[in-house]
Write a new protein. Structure first.
Length: 212
């Protein structure tokens, strides 16, 4: 079902991602996830194990935040950062690369859900970070490789259904396989910028990556 875009709303806010699709598998399909806002419980960012998924010194606008009721994040604890094609994407946390895809073009017009270049990285505690809409042939890591926090992973792109607005989609899931509805509320210890009342990142704000 198509959603009408309220005046002034960026097209990326209406990015529709079917909520029933499993990114890596459906191992928890037997139990229902909590509603998105009940999952949106953020800890103090000063103690977060995550840093922003782009290099120190870089600043990007957050196009879409978590649980956004009008767009693709209405049941996702995920963030969309407006990033020009070719911008560096770095590991928000150390871990092992579980999956890579980089064969799709940067047209931004795919009508098929989940058809975008991406990387999934499993962390030492079992959580899994997802980096989506990456540049075609722009991935710099391989499956099975261990990466350090802050290590360059890829170039950002415009693959998949971005509605023509290049951005990085970032989210963290509870475990591998990564399954929609079983995600983790994440903030970043090096993010300079405003937080909302739950201590999550706020749509429309610009966040600069500080040294950590």
């Amino acid at each position: 079902m198509m959603l009408l875009r309220p005046p002034g709303m960026s097209a990326v806010m209406l990015l529709l991602i079917p909520l029933s699709v499993c990114i890596g598998g459906c191992g928890r399909a037997e139990r229902a996830p909590l509603p998105c806002m009940e999952r949106a419980v953020f800890d103090d960012p000063a103690g977060s194990p995550y840093v922003l998924p782009y290099p120190v010194g870089a600043s990007y606008r957050l196009a879409q935040s978590y649980c956004y009721p009008y767009g693709g994040h209405r049941d996702q604890l995920a963030y969309d950062f407006d990033m020009p094609i070719g911008s560096d994407v770095v590991a928000a946390r150390a871990g092992v690369v579980r999956r890579v895809r980089e064969d799709l073009p940067d047209t931004g017009d795919s009508r098929e859900a989940g058809q975008h270049n991406n990387i999934l990285i499993e962390h030492d505690d079992g959580t899994v970070a997802f980096y989506g809409h990456l540049k075609q042939n722009g991935v710099a890591v391989e499956v099975g490789q261990r990466v350090a926090q802050g290590q360059r992973l890829a170039a950002s792109g415009n693959s998949g259904n971005t509605l023509g607005e290049p951005h990085l989609h970032f989210g963290v899931y509870q475990s591998w396989p990564a399954t929609e509805g079983f995600d983790v509320a994440v903030n970043f210890r090096n993010a300079e910028g405003p937080l909302d009342e739950r201590r999550g990142l706020a749509a429309g704000a610009v966040y600069k990556a500080q040294p950590y």
